[in-house]
Design a protein around this ligand. Structure first.
Ligand SMILES: Nc1ncnc2c1ncn2[C@@H]1O[C@H](COP(=O)(O)OP(=O)(O)OP(=O)(O)O)[C@@H](O)[C@H]1O
Ligand SMILES: O=c1[nH]c(=O)c2[nH+]cn([C@@H]3O[C@H](COP(=O)(O)O)[C@@H](O)[C@H]3O)c2[nH]1
Ligand SMILES: NC(=O)CC[C@H](N)C(=O)O
Ligand SMILES: [Mg+2]
Length: 524
């Protein structure tokens, strides 16, 4: 982005916390634009953005560990307010002359989860929110702690496990919290962050999704230039929003490609085609790649192996389509932040890969096209808001998510066409029942899985020996955590009866009562 367009902003320095993006999200909710830069690129980002404030994230690393990350020194001398969160507080204290010690040395251990702090002094962060003497719930996740604060700081709140729960240097406008204000389990956390970016940093709070749209359109134009872009379009919310946004930016330099890999839901291909062609005037290529995907999945049972094969084959198909339109320089995808955080490990850090989302961790190592991913920092509900901002019809915006690898990760064990056909029927009945009951919009995602388990049943005096079908439905806001949807028993019984009666190959139905965590939403 060139300087003339830069909005007033906050720079978030990432030390590899799993929840860094939540900081960005809370800042956006306060109506302020922010960018996240890994600590290794923070200085460069600072010079480019000229931010009005800095937030230092948490980290899986520990300040006392050798080689653990540090903030660029220049940030502390730049004359802008700083908020250090957890590791951010610790590293700031350490770099400015305080002391941080590992929990095992202080003999006090850490604090994980819910904690309570007591406000001991007024502080700009607490303006209009917390008074001296009050106790407030916060969320902690630390083993190490600050044992001596740096010159200029004072303690403004304490907790049992962290005598330096909040520290402040009002003169320099440097603040540190041992707890995480960015997570929802700190009920006032969003307001504390809003206080920092608006009162302390003095930003107006007039940043909106409309502004986000403008920024992204400009960024896409700058990235793509006069190049051609292929966009993987699934008909899902993310890729539809990405396609509309990119089309707004570069018009007919964009071609959308919908891949039918044989792992789609019942009638999905026809529905997506009609839905898209009826509403948009963007070139859409539909590729029939069922044979390619299904033959490659033969004999593959390991979930990660399925995901990697599918990720790579998607790219093969996109590259082949790019050839047909005379070459494309860019591949656009509707990748969201949760896809990214679950798929990749923080470079050099110990954050772990949960599963390789086909569009991130499942991508082949070498790709000919460069990626355009305008939604990479957003959460699902924010993408929906952006979709509404772009005028996307409700039938796109409100669709349940459907994973790129499709039914392949809902059929544990080997995936065959026959098993896909069975699952497609069961899934369609389940969703039909959900729609008829008026529950579709109350549920975040619902689907059926086909288990590699056969059980005995009796139907019309015959013995049956068929597969088990699992039903899943969850509520969530961003897919990062999820609760089980509490259907009543009559509803589930109705679904089970219909599925067993109408789908040959299934003679038993079970409901999945696992939240995320400890489960994930998909079964593989
Ligand atoms: N069948 C498909 N054809 C082409 N591209 C696809 C297909 N399935 C997935 N993709 C690509 O992979 C990306 C990630 O898929 P994902 O399912 O997370 O997003 P989505 O399908 O756009 O939205 P939703 O999460 O609501 O289903 C998509 O944004 C799209 O670019
Ligand atoms: O496009 C996608 N490619 C994938 O490889 C993938 N894996 C999971 N999902 C979707 O992500 C959300 C969280 O799913 P999990 O709890 O199973 O990780 C849920 O909405 C899942 O459907 C995927 N989407
Ligand atoms: N969440 C964090 O930032 C933790 C910081 C550091 N690893 C600690 O245990 O204290
Ligand atoms: Mg999808």
């Amino acid at each position: 982005m060139d300087d003339a367009h830069l909005p007033d902003s906050i720079l978030i320095v990432d030390f590899g916390s799993q929840v860094t993006q939540l900081i960005a999200r809370r800042v956006r909710e306060a109506g302020v634009y922010s960018e996240i830069a890994p600590f290794t690129q923070a200085e460069e980002a600072f010079r480019r953005m000229k931010p009005k404030g800095i937030i230092l994230s948490g980290s899986p690393a520990g300040v006392p560990e050798e080689g653990s990350p540090r903030a660029p020194e220049m940030l502390f001398e730049a004359g802008v307010p700083i908020l250090g969160i957890c590791y951010g507080q610790q590293v700031m204290s350490h770099q400015l002359g305080g002391e941080v010690r590992p929990g095992h040395e202080t003999g006090e251990g850490g604090e994980f989860g819910r904690a309570f702090l007591t406000v001991t002094k007024d502080c700009a962060l607490f303006d209009g929110l917390w008074q001296v003497g009050e106790r407030h719930q916060v969320w902690m996740s630390h083993g190490d702690k600050v044992t001596k604060f740096a010159p200029g700081f004072e303690i403004v709140a304490i907790s049992d496990g962290a005598p330096f729960a909040v520290i402040a240097d009002e003169e320099r406008k440097f603040y540190g919290t041992q707890f995480h204000p960015e997570v929802v389990h700190t009920p006032d956390g969003g307001k504390l962050i809003a206080n920092f970016v608006r009162h302390v940093c003095g930003l107006a709070g007039d940043w909106t999704m409309a502004a986000y749209r403008e920024t992204k359109v400009r960024e896409i134009r700058e990235q793509v230039g006069s190049g051609k872009v292929i966009c993987g379009l699934s008909g899902g919310v993310d890729s539809s929003v990405a396609a509309i946004l990119i089309h707004e930016a570069i018009g007919d330099q964009l071609t959308c490609v919908f891949v039918d890999h044989g792992l789609l839901r019942l009638n999905e291909r026809e529905q997506v085609e009609t839905m898209f062609r009826d509403h948009y005037n963007i070139p859409l290529v539909v590729v029939d790649a069922e044979q390619l995907f299904m033959s490659g999945l033969e004999g593959v049972t390991d979930p990660e192996a399925k995901r990697k094969f599918i990720g790579k084959t998607f790219i093969d198909v996109f590259e082949a389509e790019a050839q047909k339109i005379g070459g494309a320089d860019f591949l656009a995808q509707g990748t969201l932040y949760p896809d990214v955080i679950e798929s990749v490990s923080f470079t050099g850090g110990p954050s772990v890969t949960i599963k390789s989302h086909h569009n991130v961790g499942g991508l082949p190592e070498r790709m000919n096209m460069k990626l355009v991913e305008p939604l990479r920092e957003l959460f699902k509900d924010e993408v929906r808001e952006l979709g509404r901002e772009l005028g996307l019809p409700d039938m796109f915006v409100g669709r349940h998510p459907f994973p790129g690898p499709g039914l392949a990760i809902r059929i544990p064990g080997e995936v065959t066409k026959e098993r896909c056909d069975i699952l497609r029927k069961a899934d369609a009945i389940y969703l039909d029942e959900i729609r008829k009951a008026g529950l579709y919009d109350a549920i975040w995602q619902a689907f059926a899985v086909l288990l590699p388990v056969k059980t005995v049943g009796v139907m019309g005096d015959y013995r049956t020996y068929d597969s088990v079908c699992g039903l899943r439905a969850v509520t969530s806001t961003d897919g990062m955590t999820a609760d089980v949807y509490p259907f009543d028993a009559a509803f589930l019984t109705g679904c089970a009866t219909r599925i067993v009666n109408e789908v040959q190959g299934i003679n038993r139905v079970v409901y999945d009562y696992t939240s995320k965590p400890p489960g994930t939403i998909e079964w593989e």
